[in-house]
Ligand binder design. Structure first.
Ligand code: NI
Ligand code: MN
Length: 226
């Protein structure tokens, strides 16, 4: 599994010969300008954790161009289905065996309305299992006791956790989240994009290192292999 950080909470995951995008927010991200070209992304699937602008901004344009299937909760999937986009609706606790692997839509503590006020259902995250690897994409979330369920679903190789604080958990809570989900290797996301979520990288990494864990913070465009 090859994971590329596209900035903010946007990821590209190449797995089992398929390309997945997660929460594409690229055209509105000043920090991704000149590094990621939204017109060059050609996913087979777009995974959407929740309906906030900083997670869905480029979903419609990319899906219409690439014919990607949008995978999200029922409300978000229906919203895109009504725009003529192919979708796969899921909801919390459900798993589905896709042609790239198994996805499970899991709980997150956050909110989820579309920018126009349309109800976006309850926010979530994904556990992705493929090619004997398991990763957890938390989405925007607080630290929550529900994370203790994740090790019952999969023995994770990587946890992708928000660390920007203010709108989600910050580094201190993310260290505890890593414990709850049973994974010592964490890829941080949802930080530094705008003022409210700027973090001190070295301090955040030290908080993880102090408990024997690793926090990876990729530059936009950088890759990580799992
Ligand atoms: Ni959000
Ligand atoms: Mn967000």
């Amino acid at each position: 599994m090859q994971i590329t950080f596209l900035g903010h909470a946007s990821l590209q995951i190449m797995v089992a010969g398929k390309t997945l995008l997660v929460d594409p927010f690229i055209s509105g991200n000043e920090k991704a300008k000149g590094i990621i070209d939204v017109n060059e992304l050609n996913p087979d699937y777009i995974l959407v954790t929740h309906a906030h602008q900083d997670h869905i901004l480029d979903v419609e344009a990319i899906a219409k161009r690439s014919k990607a299937v949008v995978v999200s909760n029922f409300e978000i999937a229906t919203y895109y289905e009504n725009k003529g986009i192919a979708v796969h609706p899921m909801n919390h606790g459900g798993s589905w065996n896709f042609d790239f692997g198994v996805l499970k839509y899991v709980n997150a503590i956050h909110t989820s309305s579309f920018p126009d006020g349309t109800y976006g259902g309850q926010p979530g995250g994904f556990v992705l299992s493929s090619e004997d690897k398991h990763i957890y994409i938390a989405g925007d979330t607080a630290l929550t006791m529900d994370m203790k369920l994740i090790p019952l679903f999969a023995k994770l190789d990587l946890a992708i956790l928000p660390v920007g604080d203010n709108f989600t958990m910050g580094p201190k809570d993310a260290v505890i989240a890593a414990d709850y989900v049973g994974c010592d290797k964490v890829l941080g996301y949802h930080y530094d994009t705008f003022g409210f979520i700027e973090i001190d990288h070295e301090k955040a990494k030290k908080a993880f290192a102090d408990t024997g864990k690793e926090l990876v913070l990729l530059k936009i465009g950088e890759e990580l292999s799992v």
